[in-house]
Design a protein around this ligand. Structure first.
Ligand SMILES: Nc1nc2c(ncn2[C@@H]2O[C@H](COP(=O)(O)OP(=O)(O)O)[C@@H](O)[C@H]2O)c(=O)[nH]1
Ligand SMILES: Nc1ncnc2c1ncn2[C@@H]1O[C@H](COP(=O)(O)OP(=O)(O)O)[C@@H](O)[C@H]1O
Length: 207
């Protein structure tokens, strides 16, 4: 009996500055067996960011075209820029039995919940809001006005935590990675994922 387990879709989300990028990078460095989707965005590249590596950088028109052609699994406007997940990569990778992790903001995560409820939703939480602000300021990529708007968004984003399956506190990057790896391992054992695999045993007396 052939059973091909599909890959998991892991959605790692949470407020800007909580450390999503940092934690994903650390997971990559550890060699955690996850595939990383590259998002499309209309945001301008930051220093050192490479098109096709960090993001696919798009004009507004190009991004709109992707929406019109249904090429995005989800997309959201965030602090004045659009961000979206190319659907083909996610579909093909999962169908090939590999796990994909998306590092996205909360509106996009909620869209995926509508279309893909079986995905594994992880909310990365800061130890507290003061620490969150420190991290955004410490990164030094935003102006004072942008930091305030990101903090306003962050507070409302925290309230969406209840829509997720898991909350992982990012107090220390290594610990957050350990927790995420444990969640992914547990998700692979979920009955609703594996029940098909064992269906053929019904009526089989082992002879
Ligand atoms: N919905 C959605 N959000 C994304 C996507 N890619 C990145 N983001 C999120 O967009 C927000 C802003 O990203 P960015 O400008 O790179 O800033 P940073 O992640 O805060 O350094 C972050 O919360 C990202 O997780 C995507 O494909 N879809
Ligand atoms: N556990 C942590 N402890 C202390 N600082 C952290 C931690 N995780 C991330 N940071 C720092 O917080 C800032 C924001 O992290 P980043 O990964 O860019 O957040 P996000 O992708 O969620 O917007 C960065 O300067 C990063 O080095």
């Amino acid at each position: 009996m052939s059973f091909k387990e599909k890959g998991l879709l892991v959605v790692l989300s949470g407020p800007s500055g909580v450390g999503k990028g940092t934690v994903c990078k650390a997971l990559r460095k550890r060699g955690t067996d996850l595939q990383y989707s590259i998002s499309a965005t209309t945001r301008k590249p930051r220093e050192g960011e490479i098109d096709g590596v960090h993001y696919f950088f798009k004009t507004r028109d190009q991004f709109q075209q992707m929406i019109d052609q249904d090429k995005l699994l989800e997309w959201a406007e965030y602090v004045g820029n659009c961000y979206g997940t190319p659907v083909d990569y996610v579909r093909d990778t999962i169908n090939a039995g590999k796990d994909v992790i998306l590092e996205i903001e909360v509106q996009g995560a909620l869209q995926i919940k509508q279309r893909f409820p079986e995905a594994c939703f992880i909310f990365l939480a800061p130890p507290n809001l003061r620490e969150l602000k420190n991290r955004i300021m410490g990164r030094g990529t935003e102006t004072a006005a942008l930091i305030e708007s990101r903090m306003t968004v962050a507070k409302s984003e925290m309230e969406l935590m209840q829509n997720y399956n898991y909350v992982v506190e990012n107090d220390q990057v290594d610990k957050a990675c350990d927790r995420i790896e444990a969640i992914v391992r547990a998700e692979h054992c979920r009955v609703d994922r594996l029940i098909e695999k064992y269906k053929h045993l019904e009526g089989d007396d082992g002879q």
